[in-house]
Design a protein. Structure first.
Length: 167
Protein backbone atom coordinates (compact mmCIF):
# COMPACT_ATOMS: atom_id res chain seq x y z
CA UNK A 1 0.00 0.00 0.00
CA UNK A 2 1.18 3.46 -0.78
CA UNK A 3 0.04 6.91 0.07
CA UNK A 4 -0.95 8.76 -3.08
CA UNK A 5 -0.37 12.50 -3.57
CA UNK A 6 -3.47 14.53 -2.80
CA UNK A 7 -4.30 17.23 -5.35
CA UNK A 8 -5.18 20.59 -3.81
CA UNK A 9 -6.62 23.97 -4.79
CA UNK A 10 -9.90 25.34 -6.07
CA UNK A 11 -8.45 25.99 -9.53
CA UNK A 12 -6.68 22.61 -9.92
CA UNK A 13 -7.60 21.25 -13.36
CA UNK A 14 -7.82 17.59 -12.31
CA UNK A 15 -10.24 18.54 -9.52
CA UNK A 16 -12.39 20.50 -11.98
CA UNK A 17 -12.59 17.98 -14.84
CA UNK A 18 -15.42 15.49 -15.36
CA UNK A 19 -14.37 11.95 -14.45
CA UNK A 20 -14.90 9.07 -16.86
CA UNK A 21 -16.66 5.78 -16.01
CA UNK A 22 -14.58 2.71 -15.20
CA UNK A 23 -15.12 0.12 -17.94
CA UNK A 24 -13.83 -2.97 -16.13
CA UNK A 25 -12.97 -3.90 -12.55
CA UNK A 26 -9.54 -5.53 -12.78
CA UNK A 27 -6.51 -5.97 -10.52
CA UNK A 28 -5.22 -2.47 -11.38
CA UNK A 29 -8.53 -0.88 -10.31
CA UNK A 30 -8.62 -2.95 -7.12
CA UNK A 31 -5.05 -1.89 -6.25
CA UNK A 32 -5.91 1.73 -6.98
CA UNK A 33 -8.96 1.58 -4.67
CA UNK A 34 -6.80 0.00 -1.95
CA UNK A 35 -4.21 2.78 -2.38
CA UNK A 36 -7.00 5.40 -2.23
CA UNK A 37 -8.29 3.89 1.02
CA UNK A 38 -4.79 3.87 2.50
CA UNK A 39 -4.30 7.51 1.48
CA UNK A 40 -7.66 8.51 2.98
CA UNK A 41 -6.88 6.76 6.27
CA UNK A 42 -3.35 8.18 6.55
CA UNK A 43 -4.78 11.65 5.86
CA UNK A 44 -7.49 11.29 8.53
CA UNK A 45 -10.27 11.68 5.98
CA UNK A 46 -13.63 9.97 5.78
CA UNK A 47 -13.90 10.10 2.00
CA UNK A 48 -11.73 10.44 -1.07
CA UNK A 49 -12.42 10.56 -4.80
CA UNK A 50 -10.11 9.49 -7.62
CA UNK A 51 -9.62 13.06 -8.91
CA UNK A 52 -8.20 13.99 -5.50
CA UNK A 53 -5.30 11.65 -6.21
CA UNK A 54 -4.86 12.69 -9.84
CA UNK A 55 -7.13 10.26 -11.72
CA UNK A 56 -10.27 11.43 -13.52
CA UNK A 57 -12.13 8.14 -13.19
CA UNK A 58 -15.40 7.52 -11.34
CA UNK A 59 -14.20 5.92 -8.09
CA UNK A 60 -14.75 6.99 -4.50
CA UNK A 61 -13.87 5.50 -1.13
CA UNK A 62 -15.92 6.47 1.93
CA UNK A 63 -16.03 5.57 5.59
CA UNK A 64 -19.61 4.86 6.63
CA UNK A 65 -20.79 4.93 10.25
CA UNK A 66 -17.84 7.08 11.35
CA UNK A 67 -16.93 6.86 15.05
CA UNK A 68 -19.00 3.72 15.66
CA UNK A 69 -18.18 0.03 16.00
CA UNK A 70 -19.91 -0.44 12.63
CA UNK A 71 -17.49 1.89 10.80
CA UNK A 72 -16.57 0.45 7.42
CA UNK A 73 -14.67 1.67 4.37
CA UNK A 74 -16.49 1.15 1.08
CA UNK A 75 -15.00 1.49 -2.39
CA UNK A 76 -17.57 2.57 -4.97
CA UNK A 77 -16.94 2.29 -8.69
CA UNK A 78 -19.15 4.36 -11.01
CA UNK A 79 -21.34 5.58 -8.13
CA UNK A 80 -24.64 7.20 -9.09
CA UNK A 81 -27.25 8.74 -6.82
CA UNK A 82 -30.59 7.32 -7.91
CA UNK A 83 -32.72 8.84 -5.14
CA UNK A 84 -32.49 12.12 -3.23
CA UNK A 85 -34.88 13.06 -0.44
CA UNK A 86 -36.65 16.38 -0.66
CA UNK A 87 -35.59 17.01 2.92
CA UNK A 88 -32.30 18.88 3.05
CA UNK A 89 -29.98 19.72 5.93
CA UNK A 90 -27.10 22.09 6.44
CA UNK A 91 -23.86 20.73 7.84
CA UNK A 92 -20.22 21.61 8.09
CA UNK A 93 -17.81 20.15 5.55
CA UNK A 94 -14.09 20.15 4.92
CA UNK A 95 -12.01 18.47 2.24
CA UNK A 96 -8.62 16.79 1.93
CA UNK A 97 -8.06 18.84 -1.25
CA UNK A 98 -8.86 22.13 0.50
CA UNK A 99 -7.06 21.82 3.84
CA UNK A 100 -8.05 24.18 6.64
CA UNK A 101 -11.29 25.27 4.92
CA UNK A 102 -14.54 24.37 6.67
CA UNK A 103 -17.99 25.75 5.92
CA UNK A 104 -21.69 24.94 5.80
CA UNK A 105 -23.23 23.10 2.83
CA UNK A 106 -26.86 22.12 2.18
CA UNK A 107 -27.24 18.45 1.20
CA UNK A 108 -30.03 15.91 0.80
CA UNK A 109 -30.68 14.21 4.13
CA UNK A 110 -31.21 10.79 2.50
CA UNK A 111 -29.97 9.25 -0.73
CA UNK A 112 -29.78 5.89 -2.47
CA UNK A 113 -26.54 5.24 -4.33
CA UNK A 114 -25.97 2.60 -6.98
CA UNK A 115 -22.38 1.47 -7.61
CA UNK A 116 -20.13 -1.41 -8.61
CA UNK A 117 -18.17 -3.08 -5.81
CA UNK A 118 -14.62 -4.46 -6.04
CA UNK A 119 -15.96 -7.84 -7.17
CA UNK A 120 -17.73 -6.22 -10.13
CA UNK A 121 -21.22 -6.60 -8.61
CA UNK A 122 -23.89 -3.92 -8.73
CA UNK A 123 -24.83 -2.69 -5.24
CA UNK A 124 -27.39 -0.29 -3.79
CA UNK A 125 -27.07 1.55 -0.47
CA UNK A 126 -29.69 3.67 1.23
CA UNK A 127 -27.87 6.30 3.27
CA UNK A 128 -28.89 9.11 5.62
CA UNK A 129 -27.37 11.96 7.57
CA UNK A 130 -23.53 12.07 7.65
CA UNK A 131 -23.19 8.91 5.52
CA UNK A 132 -25.30 10.55 2.80
CA UNK A 133 -23.35 13.80 3.12
CA UNK A 134 -19.98 12.06 2.60
CA UNK A 135 -21.15 10.19 -0.51
CA UNK A 136 -22.69 13.35 -2.03
CA UNK A 137 -19.46 15.28 -1.35
CA UNK A 138 -17.32 12.60 -3.03
CA UNK A 139 -19.59 12.16 -6.05
CA UNK A 140 -19.43 15.94 -6.54
CA UNK A 141 -15.66 15.52 -6.97
CA UNK A 142 -16.31 13.14 -9.89
CA UNK A 143 -18.25 15.96 -11.57
CA UNK A 144 -15.59 18.62 -10.96
CA UNK A 145 -17.55 20.26 -8.12
CA UNK A 146 -15.92 21.27 -4.83
CA UNK A 147 -17.82 21.83 -1.59
CA UNK A 148 -16.78 25.50 -1.67
CA UNK A 149 -18.98 25.85 -4.78
CA UNK A 150 -21.97 24.95 -2.60
CA UNK A 151 -21.30 26.92 0.58
CA UNK A 152 -24.58 27.94 2.17
CA UNK A 153 -24.41 31.72 2.41
CA UNK A 154 -26.01 33.16 5.51
CA UNK A 155 -26.44 29.77 7.22
CA UNK A 156 -25.07 29.94 10.70
CA UNK A 157 -24.15 26.86 12.64
CA UNK A 158 -22.11 27.29 15.81
CA UNK A 159 -18.63 25.95 15.06
CA UNK A 160 -17.14 26.41 18.51
CA UNK A 161 -16.29 23.17 20.29
CA UNK A 162 -17.05 21.12 17.17
CA UNK A 163 -14.67 18.51 15.87
CA UNK A 164 -13.83 19.38 12.26
CA UNK A 165 -14.05 16.38 9.94
CA UNK A 166 -12.40 16.52 6.54
CA UNK A 167 -14.45 14.62 4.03
Amino acid sequence: MSKLKIETGTENKVLRDLSQPVKKVDKNIIKFVTDMEDTMMKSNGVGIAAPQVGMNIRIIVVTLNVDTKQAVNVGMINPEIIYRSELMEIGEEGCLSLPEIFDNVRRHKEITVKFIDLKGREQFLKLADFNARVVQHEIDHLDGVLFTDKIEKGAFLPLANQKHQQI
